[in-house]
Design a protein around this ligand. Structure first.
Ligand code: ADP
Ligand code: MG
Length: 320
């Protein structure tokens, strides 16, 4: 403890009387350290008060019970701290597990899973009926905050059939959608009411058909539509690796233009994630992050400390 801090303790003793003066020095030091940690968050609390933060909660980041509970606590903390968190979740591993249990075989076209009407029923049931309920339930152990929604509700997400191109030719992968419109009114009402919206990545077509949409993409579209201050994508890796899978050298900061140059070289799950970050930042969201959801308190570390974790994407010309 420094002399300066020591002087502070003496002053505190005089003003608060005998009870505090009697406390063991160690306990007092620990209490002061806690208070110091709280006050370190002051600039971040000031910056983000009243701001909307859209969090993509990945299927792979939600597999462990203690992490799920920690995530729910972090959300409630953000809400009490005056932020407006919104969750958009996927559930790839949970969908695969349920398809296996039902003995439904998936077929793949050029490496992409074909979503038949039968599979889409399972996707909708697992995402909206199971994963969504689980997140809502964990948050609501702390109070009446979370309200679950499907992306279909109140026409939140409208989509049309995706037509991915593989090796120069369009492939049909069934009921997988690209988002064409976002109607954020219902989410805004919930936020205005102090709730934490929890949204499954299912969308509605203009003809009433139901689509599975990538949750990274859905979260970015919603962040833009809500004018969010931040998009945070939680996943099961430390962030964007420069030369994956050969090395685990992390790219911690990228401008939108740098990311745009890098995108064609990316593969697998990082493609929708980094495309989502680019879309968000180009759409007016000031910061987009890919963080390790396996790290306890990842959200709080990112929002309330100087600690640079994961990968951050910033607009061109912005200061980090
Ligand atoms: N350049 C890269 N850096 C980090 N991870 C990468 C990269 N390229 C591909 N990946 C893969 O992307 C995965 C994350 O995407 P995904 O499996 O869709 O997870 P989520 O359920 O969070 O959406 C990582 O676990 C990793 O296997
Ligand atoms: Mg994914």
């Amino acid at each position: 403890m420094t002399d300066k801090t020591g002087a502070g303790v003496a002053r505190t003793d005089t003003s608060h009387g005998a009870a505090f003066a009697g406390a063991a020095t160690g306990e007092r030091a620990a209490a002061l350290a806690k208070a110091a940690t709280l006050i370190e968050a002051l600039p971040w609390l000031a910056r983000f008060h009243g701001q909307t933060i859209v969090i993509k909660y990945g299927g792979h980041a939600m597999t462990e019970e203690s992490l799920r509970r920690g995530f729910a606590q972090d959300l409630v903390f953000l809400r009490y701290a005056g932020l407006r968190p919104v969750v958009v979740h996927g559930g790839g591993p949970q969908i695969s597990a349920h398809l296996d249990r039902l003995g439904i075989q998936s077929t793949f076209t050029s490496g992409l899973r074909v979503t038949t009407p039968e599979i889409m029923q399972v996707v909708r049931m697992v995402l909206t009926g199971q994963v969504n309920r689980d997140v809502v339930g964990l948050v609501n152990e702390h109070g009446p905050w979370a309200v679950g929604m499907s992306g279909e509700d109140a026409n939140l997400f409208t989509a049309r059939r995706a037509q991915p191109e593989v090796a120069g030719r369009t492939v049909d992968i069934g009921l997988v959608g690209d988002i064409t419109g976002v109607e954020p009114g219902a989410v805004q009402s919930l936020l205005g009411d102090g709730r934490i919206p929890v949204i499954s990545s299912v969308a509605r077509g203009t003809g009433g058909e139901i689509y599975n949409v990538n949750a990274d993409t859905a979260a970015a579209s919603l962040a833009v539509a809500l004018g969010a201050a931040k998009l945070v994508v939680l996943t099961d890796v430390a962030g964007l690796y420069a030369d994956w899978p050969a090395s685990d050298e992390l790219i911690s900061l990228l401008t939108a233009a740098e990311l745009e140059d890098l995108l064609p070289a990316l593969t697998a799950g990082m493609v929708p994630k980094m495309t989502a970050c680019l879309h968000a930042v180009r759409g007016g969201v000031r910061r987009a992050h890919v963080l390790d959801g396996r790290l306890p308190r990842a959200l709080l570390l990112e929002i309330f400390t100087d600690e640079g974790i994961g990968t951050m994407v910033i607009p061109d010309g912005a200061k980090p």
